[in-house]
Design a protein around this ligand. Sequence first.
Ligand SMILES: Cc1cc2nc3c(=O)[nH]c(=O)nc-3n(C[C@H](O)[C@H](O)[C@H](O)COP(=O)(O)OP(=O)(O)OC[C@H]3O[C@@H](n4cnc5c(N)ncnc54)[C@H](O)[C@@H]3O)c2cc1C
Length: 440
Amino acid sequence: MADTPNTESADVVIIGAGVIGCALALELARRGHTTVNVDKAAAAGSGSTINSCAIIRFSYSTEEGVNFAWEGGQYWSNWADHIGTDDELGLIEYHECGQLVMTSETDPRAERVAELWAQLDIPFERLGLDELTTRFPWLDHGMYGPPKRPEDPAFWDDPSGTITGGVYTPNGGYVSDPQLSCHNLQRGAEAHGGRFRFNSEVVSIDRGDGRVTGITLAGGDRIEAPVVVNVAGPHSAVINQMAGVFDEMNIKTAALRHEVHHVPSPPGIDFEASGVVVADDDVGFYCRPEVGNHVLLGSVDATCDPREFVDPDDYDRSIDEEQWHMQVLRANRRINELGVPHERKGIVDLYDVSDDWLPIYDRTALDGFYVAIGTSGNQYKNAGVAGQVMADLIEAVEGGHDHDNDPVVTVGRYTGRALNVGFFSRNREINPDSSMSVHG
Ligand SMILES: Cc1cc2nc3c(=O)[nH]c(=O)nc-3n(C[C@H](O)[C@H](O)[C@H](O)COP(=O)(O)OP(=O)(O)OC[C@H]3O[C@@H](n4cnc5c(N)ncnc54)[C@H](O)[C@@H]3O)c2cc1C
């Protein structure tokens, strides 16, 4: 005989237990709200978070982006305090190895980053070529940009000159086990009564009297709640369609397939111990140290690279030979000794990409239904601050604030700086200052 469906209730249902869904759970539970995270996977962080490069960096093209990332970065430096409890699996370690953004005369983007860092009092240094040689002798100084693909004969040209150097912040870094960070956040939320339901797929967003009333799971169980938050990562558009809010949003989201590759450190270099996060828009790649003395290589989504939008439930998860070669060859221009290993190692996963590559942290036209989506391959670092901002937004709107006409402005817990939630509105026009790319 089939089980009778159960009904439970909560103040807030959070769809998804990735790093952002878990961060929101901790924030709300700590404030005394009853929360349930519902995830179709078997454990926290099993969605796109598990394959995140988890780079913590502050190189964004907008002031709001840098401000948000700098506030978000403080959570990683204060992780044990933020979690506030033990985790039997241990807490993540934040590897604060520093971040270097290459600068060149032909590309103003790094200069813009340096201006924003100065404006927001983010510690950094400008490094000339001599200083680069001293600190990072494995870096080639050639100027190769704009990024090209190996099938373009110009890819193989000699450098057209030299780069000018780099801007370096000691506070950038990475987390090598992003899934563990979700478990930490889960344990933190549970210590305040937060509940988690795994192997539970949301199949309906329920509504009544013009607002959300909860969700229904495959199998028929219901969770009644006056507030439901879509934090479903690359499935965000599917959930928005279920809720009937997809069409009303000016900015949309879609799942973009992405590959990240791992290669051994060049001979004689202990990149795991002495490497840094490098962002290089000239060559068109970014990298960071990876465990096992490897170098993790990611793409900055150069305009010459095709974008592969896919069905999040049906896409090719194997490493593509062509992409592997392109990414490793690009990296070789900057790190000459890297070589092209025979064995192709890496991961394939999905970005939840918004139309302008900026996230959407907002309410929707359906009262009680909120979104923390469109994290476009670059919001792992911001999970803590996204949790705070979403909790502030939900409390304000449920308390009667008209966010659509008078955007909520909140204050960063660590930096004390204003965070304008309206910047992340679903109804914004495409932000022309967005780089439409990522450095991880
Ligand atoms: C390859 C790659 C590299 C990246 N590198 C970086 C980086 O270096 N730095 C950085 O800051 N960011 C990076 N990002 C982005 C970052 O990882 C994401 O922004 C972040 O992990 C998103 O977390 P999330 O909680 O929103 O989503 P997810 O982790 O995707 O979680 C969403 C969850 O929703 C669940 N779900 C979906 N549909 C349903 C349903 N119907 N019912 C129940 N559950 C459902 C899924 O199972 C999943 O667990 C990268 C992303 C990728 C893919």
